[in-house]
Design a protein around this ligand. Structure first.
Ligand code: SF4
Length: 392
C-alpha cells in the first residue's frame, strides 16, 4: 500500500520522500486547488520528479481545479510538458479536464476527492472512463471504501489524516459568497473556520460559535483495516502545512504501516504508541471523520480558529558528515541551553540540549537567528535534511 504525502513546495516534497512517503502530490503553477501554496514551476517540478524517482517515490500533479472554456486550451498546451517531466499521474475533478487529459496524454488519471465519489456506481463510472484511480470523498467509511475496492477492482485512495471540509469537497461555495474567493478554483478562504453569530428567532437569543469548523482527521486505528482490505493509497492532507507537519505525519504513518506489517503492533497498542506522537503535531483536536461512522456533533472543533501547537520547526540539518559538528539552517530563533528534538528519518527522535551554537566562522552565539547557518554539536544519528523542533 502506498503512503501519499503532501508536497506543498520542492523542499516539502523532498522532506516527504526522505521521511517515508511512497508518493507525493504537488501543484503546478496553474490548474490546482491551492492558489496560496508555493506551487511548482516547471523547473522545480522536474527537480522534484527526478528527486522522487531517484528515491523510489512517485509524483502526482493536481489538475483538480474546475476550468472555464478559455483555460482548456492552456491545459492542452501544458500536458506535453508534464509528460516530458515524467509526472506519474494527474489528479482531476472536472469532467472536461478529464476528457482533455485522457484524449491528449498518456498520463494516468486519478479522480480527485473533489468529484465527491461516495458510491460503487460512481467508482465504476470512472473506471469505464479510463481512470487509473479514484480518490474517494471524505464522507466514505473505511468499510465502504474496502467494499468498493473489492467490487470495482480499480485503485482506491482514501484520506487518512489532516484537515477536513465540513461540506462535500467540490460542492462548497461558502468561500465564494463570504470572501469572493472560489473554493473550487484554488481560492478557499476557509470560511468554515470563521466565528459566526447564530440567531434563534423563536426566543430572540444570539450565540457566537465556530459551529462549522471540523476537528482534524486521524485514521491511526484504521490503517490495519486499510492494509488488509486492499486500499491502494492512504493520503495525508496538507499542502499548505509546514515542513514539520510533513515530516512528522509522514514518518509516523510510514512507521505505523511497517509496525503493522511486521506484526509488532496489535489492537490498542497501535493507539497507545502513536497517539502521543500525533498530539505533538499542530492540530484542531482529532477525530476519525467518517472512517468508522458518520461524523457527528463530536467532530466539531467549536473552540477557536487556530490549531493547537506545542512544537515549532526551528531548523534543518544541512550537513552531518563532519566529525564534531552539524551545519544547521535556522528557521526560528532558539537559545543556548534550549531543549531541541532531532526528527530522525526512522526510529526514535533524539532530544538534546543546544550547547554549542557557533556562527559559520566559529564565533559563539547565545541565540540563533532565522535564515542564518550555524554549527552545533553533532548528534550521531543526524542526517542531511533531518528537521529540528523545539517545544513552544
Ligand atoms: S470553506 Fe471549509 S468546507 Fe468549504 S471548501 Fe473551504 S475548507 Fe472546505
Amino acid at each position: 500500500m502506498e503512503l501519499l504525502a503532501p508536497g506543498g513546495s520542492l523542499e516539502k516534497l523532498k522532506t516527504a520522500v526522505l521521511y517515508g512517503a511512497n508518493a507525493v502530490y504537488v501543484g503546478g503553477e496553474r490548474f490546482g486547488l491551492r492558489a496560496a501554496a508555493d506551487n511548482f514551476s516547471e523547473i522545480e517540478l522536474k527537480d522534484g520528479v527526478d528527486f522522487a524517482h531517484k528515491h523510489g517515490a512517485l509524483v502526482y500533479l493536481t489538475l483538480n481545479s474546475f476550468l472555464y472554456g478559455e483555460e482548456i486550451q492552456q491545459l492542452r498546451d501544458y500536458l506535453p510538458t508534464l509528460e516530458n517531466i515524467g509526472v506519474d499521474g494527474a489528479i482531476v475533478s472536472d469532467i472536461g479536464v478529464f476528457e482533455v487529459v485522457a484524449s491528449l496524454s498518456s498520463l494516468p488519471i486519478h479522480v480527485s476527492t473533489q468529484a465527491s465519489t461516495i458510491n460503487l456506481p460512481h467508482v465504476e463510472f470512472w473506471k469505464r472512463q479510463g481512470a487509473r484511480r479514484v480518490i474517494l470523498g471524505r464522507e466514505v467509511s473505511m468499510a465502504a471504501a474496502i467494499e468498493m475496492r473489492k467490487e470495482a477492482k480499480i485503485e482506491i485512495e482514501l484520506f487518512i489524516h489532516g484537515s477536513m471540509c465540513i461540506a462535500y469537497s467540490g460542492n462548497c461555495i461558502i468561500s465564494n459568497f463570504t470572501s469572493g474567493r472560489d473554493s473550487n478554483r484554488g481560492g478557499c478562504a476557509h470560511s468554515c473556520r470563521f466565528l459566526y453569530e447564530l440567531s434563534f428567532p423563536e426566543n430572540g437569543k444570539k450565540e457566537k460559535s465556530y459551529f462549522m469548523s471540523s476537528k482534524d482527521l486521524w485514521g491511526i486505528a484504521q490503517v490495519k483495516a486499510a492494509i488488509e482490505g486492499g486500499i491502494d493509497s492512504l493520503k495525508i492532507e496538507g499542502r499548505m502545512k509546514s515542513n514539520l507537519y510533513v515530516a512528522s505525519t509522514t514518518k509516523l504513518y510510514s512507521q505505523l504501516v511497517k509496525d503493522i506489517l511486521s506484526g509488532k503492533l496489535e489492537g490498542d497498542d497501535i493507539l497507545i504508541k502513536y497517539q502521543n506522537e500525533f498530539l505533538k503535531i499542530p492540530n484542531r483536536h482529532y477525530c476519525d471523520g467518517n472512517l468508522s461512522q458518520y461524523a457527528g456533533m463530536d467532530s466539531i472543533y467549536n473552540d477557536r480558529e487556530n490549531e493547537i501547537k506545542e512544537y515549532d520547526f526551528v531548523g534543518v540539518v544541512l550537513e552531518a558528515d563532519q566529525s564534531d559538528f552539524m551545519l544547521v539552517e535556522v528557521r526560528r530563533t532558539f537559545y543556548e541551553g534550549d531543549m531541541l528534538e532531532l526528527i530522525t528519518f526512522e526510529g526514535e527522535d533524539i532530544t538534546f540540549k543546544a550547547l554549542h551554537i557557533l556562527d559559520v566562522r566559529g564565533n559563539r552565539q547565545l541565540k540563533s537567528r532565522p535564515g542564518t547557518l550555524i554549527k552545533m554539536q553533532k548528534i550521531s544519528q543526524a542526517a542531511k535534511w533531518n528537521l529540528l523542533r523545539a517545544k513552544i
